[in-house]
Design a protein. Structure first.
Ligand SMILES: *Cc1c(COP(=O)(O)O)cnc(C)c1O
Length: 343
């Protein structure tokens, strides 16, 4: 919803009459983001009538960050082809690997091209609370809109998404409505401004801000920032444990944040058979989940399946990762043995 509100606000600034005329007969507005962007952006574009084809994906470098040279070139090519480049979406912490796009450079491209600059910082934006890693979000302050979640790295109960729009006037020009049944009385005590329906899509809505407020009041951003730093250190610790087995565990690097991706490639199996190894890791992950040790997930890099460990619990300790790796190796040996026996 934060993405929808951001992109709707951006759209209204480019198509001043979009609320009356819709998207018919308008220019072809194009949005740019890396191939690592979360699907919520494409979904928002579909809902808002842009269509998913209005998203032009830009490749990533070896650190999974957007290739800015390719971005510049694509924008230029699109302009030459009569399209209207309109929005750049940067990622502060990709869902797959926790990578940060170069936000300073994206801001400067957006500024030069007179485009809207949106940032998806779902969990990564909050690294700003960790003094040792806040440099990762440098440039975030230049965004026209920023979406992030309190229910991820601020540990609030689901759901509590947040969107910040630089210019409040843009928000009300996109959403404000004037209805007789919503008129406030000057000195009554109900219906005070602002009406939240003037700032987004919903009228009646939950009081999500309350749990965020209490989380901040109870713990303070210093302690919350420390928890974020702890998770990042735990990710590095997990890498150090796994790297003891690098003859058969392949780790995706760099590990920038709190996400560790790896896959096991047993020497006993045909390691050149990608499908077999994918299947092995997928089954291994299910074993780990069923064993009750941890809930990891999977993702793909270069179309190969990896086990993905995303560390966001404030209760995690280093010892948890000793237990995890021991459990992983136990599940691994069991699965390997049962495979060899069935051969
Ligand atoms: C989790 C995540 C989302 C989706 O957020 P929800 O709160 O689950 O809707 C979007 N982008 C990124 C980068 C994410 O990590």
């Amino acid at each position: 919803m934060a993405s929808v509100i951001s992109l709707a606000t951006a759209r209204r600034q480019f198509l001043t009459n979009v609320r009356q005329d819709g998207m018919i007969n308008g220019p072809r507005l194009i949005v740019y983001a890396s191939t690592e962007i979360h699907v919520c952006i494409t979904k928002a574009l579909e809902l808002l009538g842009f269509g998913s084809k209005s998203m032009h994906f830009i490749s990533v470098d070896k650190n999974f960050c957007i290739n800015t040279d390719e971005l510049r070139q694509t924008i230029e090519d699109d302009r030459n082809n009569g399209l209207l480049p309109f929005c750049i979406v940067g990622c502060a912490g990709t869902v797959n690997s926790g990578a940060f796009d170069n936000l300073v450079e994206l801001a400067s491209i957006a500024h030069k091209e007179k485009m809207w600059f949106h940032i998806d910082g779902a969990f990564g934006a909050l690294v700003i609370l960790d003094p040792e890693r806040c440099h990762l979000v440098q440039g975030i302050e230049q965004a026209d809109s920023l979406a992030f979640d309190f229910h991820k790295w601020l540990h609030c109960p689901y759901d509590a998404g947040c969107v910040l729009i630089r210019d409040g006037a843009h928000l009300s020009s996109t959403f404000s409505v004037h209805q007789s049944y919503l008129a406030a009385t000057e000195h009554g005590c109900a219906g005070d401004k602002p009406w939240f329906c003037d700032l987004g899509t919903e009228l009646s809505r939950q009081f999500r801000a309350l749990k965020v407020w209490f989380t901040l009041k109870e713990h303070g951003i210093k302690k919350l920032g420390k928890k974020i730093a702890d998770n990042c250190q735990q990710a590095q610790y997990l890498v150090s444990l796994l790297s003891n087995y690098e003859d058969f565990i392949q780790i995706i690097r760099p590990v920038t944040l709190n996400v560790v991706n790896f896959r096991l490639e047993p020497n006993e199996l045909d390691r050149s058979n990608d499908k077999l190894i994918d299947e092995f890791n997928n089954e291994l992950l299910a074993d780990i989940q069923i064993s009750g040790i941890a809930i990891a997930s999977t993702t793909r890099f270069c179309n190969r399946l990896y086990i993905r460990v995303c560390i966001v619990s404030h209760r995690c300790t280093f010892e948890d990762f000793d237990i995890f790796v021991a459990g992983l190796l136990k599940c691994y040996r069991l699965r390997l043995r049962s495979l060899q026996q069935s051969e």
